[in-house]
Design a binder for this molecule. Structure first.
Ligand SMILES: NC(=O)c1ccc[n+]([C@@H]2O[C@H](COP(=O)([O-])OP(=O)(O)OC[C@H]3O[C@@H](n4cnc5c(N)ncnc54)[C@H](OP(=O)(O)O)[C@@H]3O)[C@@H](O)[C@H]2O)c1
Length: 328
């Protein structure tokens, strides 16, 4: 391996990005091909973070494949649904407000979907941030922790509890949850459950380390959710998939200024990097499966810490306690 394995807590943003780009170019595609027959006709899909980068590429592709797409995004993206309707040729694209830095906004979205009788077949939990410092949200939590993990944890739990994302449909494909993770979850400090959700001060050089740490929460959540959503016979009530798209040229590094622009110049185009997500969303070959993690276009094992059920259980308990303490 060109850059060898790096010590937890010492991810260099340039080398980790470069490694992902090299992996992309040397990629052996082991996924069965996704064809035009892998469609989402009649299925309702909710995508978070559809306004930019990966989400902006994924949402029209789901609509093009026949999905009824709900775009859940922050304010300031008026006209997004109209643009995606035009691009995809599918009139069934709508938009609802969601700000993951505000737990109340997650609750409002879920209440609205339940009130309107929406039944989802697919949740693409994609929105994420990579801030250049440990900022707090209005809920008093680290933004990295809340936006990348806790609010998405709340969203998935509420959608399942309210039956907006119905478990175990006998006559239809099992609903799917596709979670955007990152390979950086592998090479970061472990979750300290005594200091759950707490992040230190960080800057440009160790920003990737703490971003990776937030993705360790995300990946641990994905593994635990997959375990929790299986029937007694082992088949999924809801299929839970996660993936790392590689190093993608998006606005994720927007706070990195010139350094961020230089670093991402050689990254992958989101229209290419979106394919693992579209595969997880639409491929018929994944019916009956759950817990699959893709790195680029091959199945990989998630880091052992994220796959450890003891960590999943603790993360679940502490996540729920933290939400309950905030009335969510
Ligand atoms: N780019 C990469 O190399 C890479 C690699 C691995 C994983 N990922 C993951 O891929 C996902 C998508 O990121 P991206 O690379 O496409 O970056 P991006 O271009 O910055 O897109 C991020 C999306 O998340 C939304 N978002 C940010 N904060 C939000 C909030 N508080 N509430 C609701 N939505 C919010 C953004 O909305 P606004 O437009 O309103 O800001 C945007 O739509 C993230 O989970 C990221 O961690 C990216």
């Amino acid at each position: 391996m060109l850059f060898g394995s790096r010590k937890p807590g010492r991810i260099d943003p340039i080398f980790s990005g470069l490694k992902a780009v090299i992996d992309h170019h040397r990629e052996r595609d082991t996924l069965p091909p996704l064809t035009e027959a892998d469609r989402l006709d009649g299925m309702t899909c909710l995508v978070t973070g559809p306004s930019s980068g990966l989400g902006r590429a994924i949402a029209p592709e789901l609509a093009r494949r026949g999905g009824r797409v709900i775009l859940a995004c922050r304010e300031g993206h008026e006209g997004l649904a109209e643009a995606i309707r035009r691009e995809s040729g599918n009139p069934e694209v709508s938009q609802r407000p969601l700000d993951l830095a505000d737990l109340g906004s997650v609750t409002t979205l879920c209440d609205g979907l339940a009130r309107d009788g929406v039944k989802l077949d697919l949740l693409v939990s994609n929105a994420g941030v990579a801030p250049l410092g440990n900022r707090l949200t209005g809920d008093g939590l680290a933004e990295l922790f809340q936006v990348n993990f806790l609010a998405s944890f709340l969203l998935a739990n509420r959608l399942l509890d309210d039956d907006v994302l119905p478990r175990g449909r006998p006559t239809r494909r099992a609903p799917r949850i596709v979670i955007t993770s990152s390979e950086t979850h592998r090479t970061c400090p472990p979750i300290d459950f005594e200091r759950f959700g707490q992040f230190p001060d960080f800057g440009l050089l160790d920003g990737t380390t703490w971003y990776g740490h937030s993705k360790l929460y995300v990946q641990t959540f994905a593994c635990e959710l997959a375990r929790r959503l299986v029937k007694a016979d082992g088949s999924p009530d809801v299929s839970v998939f996660s993936y790392c798209p590689g190093a993608v040229r998006t606005r994720i590094s927007r706070e990195g200024g010139l350094a961020g622009k230089v670093m991402t110049a050689y990254f992958i185009d989101p229209k290419v990097a979106m394919w693992p997500a579209v595969h997880l969303a639409a491929s018929r070959t994944l019916e009956g499966r759950t817990g699959v993690y893709l790195y680029l276009r091959h199945v990989a094992a998630a880091d052992a810490r994220s796959a450890d059920p003891r960590n999943g259980e603790l993360l679940w308990q502490l996540g729920l306690e933290m939400l309950a303490a905030r009335g969510a």
